[in-house]
Each structure stands twice: as C-alpha cells, then as structure tokens.
Design a protein around this ligand. Sequence first.
Ligand SMILES: Cc1cc2nc3c(=O)[nH]c(=O)nc-3n(C[C@H](O)[C@H](O)[C@H](O)COP(=O)(O)OP(=O)(O)OC[C@H]3O[C@@H](n4cnc5c(N)ncnc54)[C@H](O)[C@@H]3O)c2cc1C
Length: 448
Amino acid sequence: MNYNELQKNIEKFSPDVLIAGAGLGGLLTGALLSKRRKKVLIVERLSRIGGRFTAREIEGYEVPTGALHLIPHGKRGPLGKILRKDLKLRTPIRKLHYFSCWKWKGEQKERRHQIYQDIFRMLPEQNDRLTLLKLAKDIPLRNKLTRPLNEYLSTIRASPRLKGFFSAITGFSMGLENHQVTIGEVLEFFNSLFKYGRPGVPRGGLRFLIKEINNYIIKRGGLVLTGIKVVELDNSSGNNLKQVILKARGHNDDHLSVKPKVVISNMGPIYTIDKLTDIPKRIQIIKNRLQVVMGAKIVYSVKKTILGHSGVTFFPDNKWVKGCAEPTHLAPELAPKGRHLFIAYITFQEHGSNSHGYQLKKAREELLSCYPALDKIGEELSIQRYGEGWPVNWVRQGIYLQPKIPFVENLWMVGDGFKPPGLVMSEGIAATVKTVTNQIIKYLDKAF
Ligand SMILES: Cc1cc2nc3c(=O)[nH]c(=O)nc-3n(C[C@H](O)[C@H](O)[C@H](O)COP(=O)(O)OP(=O)(O)OC[C@H]3O[C@@H](n4cnc5c(N)ncnc54)[C@H](O)[C@@H]3O)c2cc1C
C-alpha cells in the first residue's frame, strides 16, 4: 500500500483511539477498549507485535523477546483476570509446580516449597528465620516504609545470607539490587504473592497469547498496523493533541497524520515525552531523572531437563544470575519434542566500573558453576542485553508515575513505566491498563 492509500485508509477508519506501540500494555488497552465498542488503531514501529512480551522462533524453540514466558501471579493475578474475565480468552495458564526453589551455596539439593506458608523454611538457618519474623510484623505498615531495603536489613541485623535471599527476589522480580528498592515496595510485593499466588505459563507461550489478544481486537473492528512509527505528538495548540504524526518504515521523507479523540502511548515515558512538541520544563526535569533498569538473559536449548521442574530457582549467593526457569515443563510446545528451554536472568551491578560485556562473561561463568551440565547437554540459543532503548523496565519498581500527562487532556500512557505498588512486570501493567481504560471511557463519554 502506498502512502496516499494508507493515509486515506486511516482517515476512512477514523479511530476513536490511537495506540502508539503494540507491547503488552498497548494491546491489552486496545482489547479492553474494543470490548467497550471504541474504534482502536494500534501502530507498531517494528515488523512484529508484542514488544518485550512475545517470542521469536529459533531452531524450533520459542525464544522470548523479554519475559520468560511467566505470568507472575498466574490466572489469579490482574493479567490473568483480564484475560479470563474481561476478554474471556480460553488460553489456560498453568501454575508452576513450586512456589519457590532455592539453590544455596554448599547445599547439594535445592530447597523446594509448594506453598507460601513455607516462607520461613526457605532459609537454611534458624537465626535468619527469626530475623525474617521481625520483618513480617511490618507488613501492615508497608505503605509508610520508604527506606531502601539494604538500610532496613542492616537495622534488623540481617545476616549476609538473609541479604542474599532478598537480593535474589528483588533481582529476579524487579531487576534491582537491595539499595535500589524500598522495604515498603518489597513488602507490597510479598503481599501480592500471598494474595494472588505463584506464577504460571500460558499454553503456547507468550507469542500465542499476544496473537490471541491481537485477534480479539481485530474481531471487534480494530486495526493493528506494523512497521509504522509515531514520530510526533503535536500538542502545539493547547491542552489537546492536535494530531499525531506517523512514518512508515523505509519512507523517511513522507509522513501521515492522524487525529484521534484519544492517544495512548505504550512507548515508555521517556520516548513519549520526547515526542511532544511542547514540553513544560518540570516534565523535562522529571524525564531527565528517570533511570531505566538494565539486565540480560541467556537462553539455552537442553537435551535433558536441568532443573527437573517448572518452578523458578533463585540463587541467593550469586552476584549476577539471580534466577532461572524451564517453562517447557508446563508448555512443552515451546521446544522441539523431548527438549527443554532453559532461561537464566541476569542483573547488572550498578556500582563499579565493570562493563556490561565483562559482567555478562562473569555471569556465564557463574551459571556454569551452578549447573556444569549445561556445558555438556546444553547449547546457547541466545544472549540478550536490555539497555537504554529496550530495557528490563522503563522505570524502577517502586516509583509510581501517573499514566495521565497532566497538561494534555487526551493523552494517557501505559506499559511498564506505570505500575501500582507491589505488582511487578506484566501484573503491574495489567492493573494500570484496567484503571486507564475506565478513565478513557469516562472521558470519551463526557467529551464526545
Ligand atoms: C529479560 C526480561 C525478563 C522478563 N521476565 C518477565 C516475566 O517472566 N514475566 C513478566 O510478566 N514480565 C517479564 N518481563 C517484563 C515484561 O517483559 C515487560 O514489562 C513488558 O513486556 C513490557 O510491556 P510494555 O507494555 O511496557 O511494552 P513494550 O514491550 O515496551 O512494547 C512497546 C512497543 O512500542 C513500540 N514502540 C516504541 N516506540 C514506538 C514508536 N515511536 N512508534 C510505534 N511503536 C513504538 C516498541 O517497538 C514495542 O513493540 C521481563 C523483561 C525482561 C527484559
């Protein structure tokens, strides 16, 4: 389709809502708005949809673009609820075998736990369990606790082992070190774990799930276009976006203009603000302070299972490799018959002068020392680094940005920059999407 035709088609389509970016946040919002009979146009700059929540097929393996095929709270969490109750998708989300598994240095066997009541037994030493009890009494006060986790742990005289226990949890679930997150946010996260339960893997993995959400939108009259980039959000004429300027891949000199009633950005807070024509100084200052979370992951194909179960295994004594999983126990279709997909998640240390390349090399050594068999029965399928433009998280867990840009009435933001307390990764995205959708419906009903 040439530019004129594309422009005509978009004008003819005349969307109520334009969504910039087809990541999980953009697609979920598109699906919920389509359900409420709003005309939705989603544009995605890449040639595929799903952002960091899908997979690419490599040698018969579903290698994730970001997320490890895990939905943090399975079918009971905010994402599972939207999929089951709002969209009524039939895709089953299978629950992990274990609530958590711990590989402690010097212990031959992993400690595996079925239920969260086992939390005290996750720690090998009685002293650490007693210290953890002190922390449990603070759960009701969690929203008032703003001290960094590492400071708090020093105050309660936590042992290096207990600090490592937390470092594995914050590293794997938030991509953060103990000094980068508050004790309040960690307790909020524990509260969500107790409330909603353990992670799950959707049948067919993330690519299949994303396809299902996309089909839902299309069936309800929505339009999803790939290879189209939002280049400008034109707020030059006051409190509303006058138009959105788009460019198609390979056509740098031409542009398209869309005038929807509402715009939702799934581009992340930094890119969204950068694309505005007029940016107030205070918003620019906030933007400049935002720090993305970086990390990496290594994906192996293995001939025989390394872990022997579907649970996430945490490494409290490691510096870089914080956790790993084999989602193929619950979704064997993610790998060729009889094989497994083994995925290790790596955090980068913030302090020190070591480059990410060096840290990745050390992480690989650390991983092989935990599982020497990986070298014999495994083959590295992919190593992925997550940095400035494609991060682990746009905003650190525990920093609560508002999804509504205050000075532009018809612009909202969704995605992993906007998560409520205690809800990590896709669960936080889903919870905010639900709130934003209701706000938009109200706005559209009132203004038009
Ligand atoms: C290594 C790793 C492991 C993870 N593990 C898990 C896990 O196990 N479980 C879990 O739930 N979460 C996990 N996450 C987090 C999860 O993957 C992300 O939080 C989630 O995918 C982010 O979704 P999003 O809505 O912010 O959109 P994104 O994935 O950021 O998608 C945004 C989309 O917008 C597009 N876009 C950007 N700019 C433009 C533009 N100008 N015009 C048009 N389109 C544009 C992008 O191309 C992209 O497709 C993990 C993340 C990483 C990196």
